[in-house]
Design a protein around this ligand. Structure first.
Ligand code: ADP
Ligand code: NG1
Length: 461
């Protein structure tokens, strides 16, 4: 991925066949609502992460692919510097504001706040003083709060919209970076995985994504296997709880305590990945360091202050985030152990794919199972429904299955022989979904095989 790669802008006759119906529908709906034709449509896909969970914000690489489900926005500019935002789903209320000087509400993260994040990110990056007004109709097919990155697809789509409307030329790498940073305006301190794959994805390829600096490498998945997504039917909006930021903070504290013990400038080291780089150690060494440093039981805030030799106020300012200030206990051993072992599994997964190793499917499946166990037991980001659906996948013949995305609900992903996908889906359907009428509703949107999809794109109208 070169720094000068840009999101493609396609002509009307280049709109792919699978997009045609949606393109026409959205254009018509836009016209009916705004009384004029849109001038272009932006599309940003969701993603499924195959392995590497909760490690991007620690600086470690991940291995996702884009999915077919996406957010599409139809857009035209207006001369009044207003933002008019509507959604094809009536559950998402229309919203209007001035395109400059709006406030992003972290307390109550309604959908329009994600759009505002994307708009603000691009405006700030480009130092736009007079951004044009925008009329936007948004339409999404990414399952929501399901670990398939609907929020980032929304942020990225809004960022792309703002860029194109203001005739800016920003590379895919820069867009990924800007959108990763600006999604944090919503309050969650995520890494850059979702926004990176959204812009850098290519059809048919999973990507190994590395950070600082951001770069991606193609991963050729073994032939004859497919990935099946199974929604646990439990929603979890990560911006509405402190689960996510609590983990970010626990990793940071683990990093800073180990750094202090090694007599580094611990305030400057905020990510476990940076600590490993500074120490120049292997994953095995880092895992040993975790064992040597931390007790397995939680640390009180007071204990952490003693270890870092700071007051509570200093700790709050130095290491915590707005929605974690009230926390009194932190688990350091288990969180750090998950991060180092998961980061190592990503590299093992990549190696198996690159070397087309014998029994690749079994090896990849085992790594996915180990990843799930680590998320469940050490990182505590699974939930009974996710454990149950992952187990149903294994029983139905998957080589492996794991939660994908932030967790605490959302989807699992399973690796299955392509020729066995129909039987696999039937089996998981009968064990997990058909036992509960609510789970069975819209089953095709909850249980489906997925191919590595393409990245963000702009269609001219
Ligand atoms: P995810 O894992 O899907 O990113 P999040 O909980 O982080 O889950 O984000 C989900 C939020 O994104 C929703 O609550 C909603 O505000 C917004 N969102 C997702 N899809 C859409 C959509 N089609 N239209 C409007 N907002 C959406
Ligand atoms: P989802 O599944 O989209 O909530 C979140 C983070 C990722 C990553 C994963 C866990 C955001 C926007 N996304 O993804 O960066 O940390 O959790 O691996 O915060």
């Amino acid at each position: 991925m070169a720094a000068f790669d840009f999101v493609p802008v396609l002509e009307r006759n280049e709109v792919p066949a699978d997009m045609e119906k949606r393109y026409i529908n959205l254009t018509k709906k836009f016209e009916a609502h705004f009384g004029c034709k849109p001038t272009y449509l932006c599309r940003a896909p969701g993603r499924v992460n195959l392995i590497g969970e909760h490690i991007d914000y620690c600086g470690y690489s991940v291995l996702p692919m884009a999915i077919q489900q996406d957010i599409v926005m139809a857009i035209c500019t207006n001369q009044s510097q207003q933002l008019h935002l509507v959604n094809t789903d009536p559950n998402f209320k229309s919203f209007s504001t001035s395109i400059t000087g709006f406030v992003i509400n972290k307390e109550k993260p309604e959908w329009h706040n994600y759009v505002l994040c994307g708009l603000k990110g691009i405006a700030e990056f480009s130092k736009l003083e007079n951004p044009v007004g925008l009329n936007i109709l948004a339409d999404g097919t990414v399952p929501r709060s399901a670990g398939l990155s609907s929020s980032s697809a929304l942020v990225c789509c809004a960022g792309l919209t703002m860029m194109h409307a203001n005739n800016l030329k920003i590379s895919k790498l820069e867009l990924a970076d800007i959108c990763a940073k600006c999604e944090q305006y919503i309050g969650t301190q995520g890494g850059g995985m979702d926004q990176s794959i959204c812009f850098l994805a290519e059809a048919g390829k999973a990507k190994h994504i590395e950070f600082n600096p951001l770069r991606s490498t193609d991963i050729v998945l073994p032939s004859g296997v497919s990935f099946v997504i199974c929604n646990s039917c439990k929603e979890m909006n990560k911006a509405a709880t402190s689960h996510f930021n609590r983990r970010v903070v626990e990793d940071r504290l683990a990093c800073q305590i180990m750094a202090k013990n090694k007599e580094f400038e611990w305030r400057k080291l905020r990510r476990l990945g940076s600590l490993q780089e500074t120490l120049g150690c292997s994953f095995e060494d880092m895992l040993q360091l975790v064992e040597d440093t931390f007790k397995t039981t939680p640390y009180s805030k007071q204990e952490i202050c003693q270890l870092l030799e700071v007051t509570e106020e200093e700790l709050n300012a130095e290491s915590l985030s707005d929605n974690t200030l009230q926390l009194q206990e932190f688990k350091l051993h288990d969180r750090a152990k998950h991060v180092f072992s998961e980061a190592s599994r990503v590299l093992q997964f990549k190696k198996v794919c690159n070397e087309a190793q014998k029994d690749a499917n079994i090896l990849l499946g085992n790594l996915m199972n180990e990843s799930h166990a680590s998320c469940r037991d050490l990182y505590e980001c699974s939930c009974p429904e996710l454990d149950e659906v992952a187990e149903a996948c294994r029983k139905a013949g998957a080589f492996g299955a794991r939660l994908t995305g932030a967790g605490w609900g959302g989807c699992a992903v399973a690796i299955v022989l392509t020729k066995e996908v129909p039987d696999f889906i039937k089996s998981v359907h009968s064990t997990f979904y058909s036992v509960n009428a609510k789970r069975e509703e819209n089953i095709n949107d909850k249980l489906f095989a997925t191919e590595p999809g393409k990245g963000a794109v702009i269609y001219k109208v």
